[in-house]
Design a protein around this ligand. Sequence first.
Ligand code: ATP
Ligand code: ZN
Length: 304
Amino acid sequence: MNPATPTVARDRLRIAIQKSGRLAEPARALLASCGLSWRESRDRLFCYGETLPVDLLLVRDDDIPGLIADGVCDLGVVGRNVLLEQDAGRRGDGRASAFREWRALGFGSCRLALAVPEGWEWQGAAQLAGKRIATSYPALLSQWLVAQGVAADVVLLSGSVEIAPRLGQAEAICDLVSSGATLAANQLKPVQTVIESEAVLAGPIGGFDDVRGELADLLLRRLDGALRIRHSKLLMFQARRESMAGLLPLLADAEAPTVTRIDGSDDLALQALCHGTVGWQRLEELKRAGARGLLVLPVEGMLA
Ligand code: ATP
Ligand code: ZN
């Protein structure tokens, strides 16, 4: 199948997400927060969109870029690590890119990192010359080695990469790291980041030339709103006009606050959508700077 031109025009959007694993629940929750809901099929592989014609396909994360490339799915939620690895793999085979990152989604954060035995004194990439490096990300690792000008052997393992040095299969590894606990448990230490990763919305290189284009635009608008307000709070309070100069620096993360004059007094009512943390400390600082009647409200939706 030609990936650039899906053969059948479709009037529903199909999004692939991980069936089970780290990204499964947060992906579904994020899409649900965009107003999507689904009727589950009996085999739990396909969920039929109810509120909008947007269906879910539940698959292994590694299959998602290929499903987009083949036009089987329109969009997917997958780790950037998987997307970039498969893109680098395709290009390494002389094939054109067939998918790209549409949005970073702010969960599933981790990094693809090189790790070496704790006993090594790390002096830089040159130290890897002639060594064997075990990884499930051969294309990204090879690309990185070329960029560093280092010739090393890439040993492809599909899982349990972290035990390769103990088994004598490799001297170093290149694997996903989040807390670093797995590395430490295997007497390894991270020494170099190859890529920073998080879950992303992946889609084709171009857009869609049928009704899916409108559905994708609608979804992106809602997604952008949901991502923007994820950690946002609406802050409301009153203050005297002369306190404003001291209060505004404490609202640096807010979109232009709405200021209303309270009739017949010198008091102002303020409303500010804050994107940073609004915790006790900030409330106390605002109070000291002259804010009264502070109210913090959760934000459920936003459409810019
Ligand atoms: P599948 O059965 O779908 O193939 P998997 O075992 O490949 O699942 P998970 O372990 O669920 O996948 O990881 C999915 C994604 O979560 C990774 O590709 C990565 O983007 C992200 N992730 C975040 N932190 C970590 C971590 N510490 N280790 C592995 N992946 C992580
Ligand atoms: Zn996987």
